[in-house]
Design a protein around this ligand. Structure first.
Ligand code: PLP
Length: 404
């Protein structure tokens, strides 16, 4: 295969070589069931407990507060449905307009799933993608069962003030869940001092495999299982453990703790260089998301008057992997709900690209991307109806051509 420059780490990450190595014996010789009475299975159970301790250490949690799930989405669903079942008289949920579909599509469909009518407050964000804490506080009522707010946004990297928000919910006796899938491993998290009840994370966003997630459920917080079956996970999640992936996730968390400093210095510097060079070299381009309250690895950049999908196709020809801030739905290009919530202008939201880096990226790769993007944008603008109409002085939302 020709060259791949992978800058789509908020979509998924490569499995770290150290993680794969740690997992391999559990696909071959060490295939015991951790629940078995014999020591052949028992040694697997002991290894799972070691992994649980490593993950707890990264989060500042206790090992017994962690429940292994199949993915971030399952963790999100489990937390929110558990809270609603623990407080059967309360039907108000507070969340934001910029949540990942794993939370967004769940809370929008709760009435059908639970048979109860729910009231949903989706907090708005400003042009930088940040929340108004006063507005948040005012949204909480005696009917509120749970607040679900992501720690860091997957599209822009914007980080929310989860410690303050969780403390406010706690003082009102309201459950607080945070989807921390993008935050874990990238920013320090200490659940000993951040009073969330529930936190979701996903292995494949921090160099562990796909198909393994964790739900943190604080000791003392009532919990209702989502998957009922065997006694695994202390009866909180039935089903034989995804042993190799759990062990891989333990290793990935250990590595993340060791490399957090690099993420926040070297990776941040690469991201800043990429962003600075692209904004300087491409006219009519802008950053999406707060400049500093942001993950160190994420750059969301809008290139006005071009379509994100077209940019991605051209980047792909050079082996560059990134994401766009729009999704093809029913034949039209719909800008992402995140960028719309931030009030990014239509012509800019359409041409937004998310570059998300990892510790495996190099400066040479950044320079390679910067050497390709400006020409791609210039060529596309030559053909763009948006660009043409702008130059003819027309206004309004032209029809876009979609390549779905
Ligand atoms: C990727 C992601 C998820 C979903 O995680 P899966 O393990 O793929 O189910 C949820 N929330 C955020 C913020 C994500 O980035």
């Amino acid at each position: 295969m020709s060259r791949v420059v992978y800058m789509d780490n908020n979509a998924t990450t490569r499995v770290a070589p150290e993680v794969l190595e740690e997992m391999l014996p559990y696909f071959s010789d060490l295939y015991g069931n951790p629940s078995s009475m014999h020591s052949f299975g028992g040694q697997v159970g002991a290894k799972i407990n070691q992994a649980r301790e490593k993950i707890a250490a990264l989060l500042g949690a206790r090992p017994e507060e962690l429940i292994f799930t199949s993915c971030g989405t399952e963790s999100d669903s489990t937390a929110i449905l558990s809270a609603l079942q623990s407080l059967p008289g309360k039907h108000h949920i507070v969340t934001t307009r910029v949540e990942h579909p794993a939370v967004k599509n769940l809370v929008e469909n709760l009435d059908g799933l639970t048979g109860h009518k729910h009231r949903l407050t989706k907090l708005p964000v400003d042009r930088d993608g940040t929340l108004d804490l006063k507005q948040y506080e005012e949204s909480l009522t005696d009917e509120t069962a749970i607040v679900s707010v992501m720690w860091a946004n997957n599209e822009t990297g914007v980080v929310f003030p989860i410690a303050e928000m969780a403390a406010i919910a706690k003082s009102r006796g309201i459950f607080f869940h945070t989807d921390a899938v993008q935050a874990v491993g990238k920013v320090p998290i200490d659940l000993a001092s951040v009073p969330v009840d529930f936190l979701s994370l996903s292995g494949h966003k921090l160099h562990a495999p796909k198909g393994i997630g964790v739900l943190y459920a604080r000791k003392g917080t009532p919990f209702v299982p989502f998957m009922v079956g065997g006694h695994q996970e202390r009866g909180r999640r039935g089903g034989t453990e995804n042993v190799a992936s759990i062990i891989g996730l333990g290793k990935a968390c250990e590595l993340a703790a060791a490399k957090m400093e690099e993420e926040n210095s070297r990776v941040r510097a690469l991201r800043d260089k990429l962003e600075k060079d692209l904004l300087a070299q491409v006219p009519h381009s802008m950053r999406n998301g707060h400049e500093t309250q942001r993950l160190p690895n994420t750059a969301s950049i809008s290139f006005e008057f071009v379509e994100g999908e077209s940019i991605l196709l051209h980047l792909d020809r050079y082996g560059i992997c990134a994401s766009s801030g729009s999704a093809c739905t029913s034949g039209s290009l719909e800008p992402s709900h995140v960028l719309r919530a931030m009030g990014v202008p239509f012509t800019a939201a359409h041409g937004s690209i998310r570059f998300s880096l990892s510790i495996y990226n190099t400066e040479e790769e950044v320079d390679y991307v910067v050497s390709k993007v400006p020409q791609i944008i210039a060529d596309l603008r030559e053909m763009s109806p948006f660009w043409q109409s702008e130059h003819r002085g027309r206004t309004g939302q032209s029809q876009c051509k979609c390549v779905c």
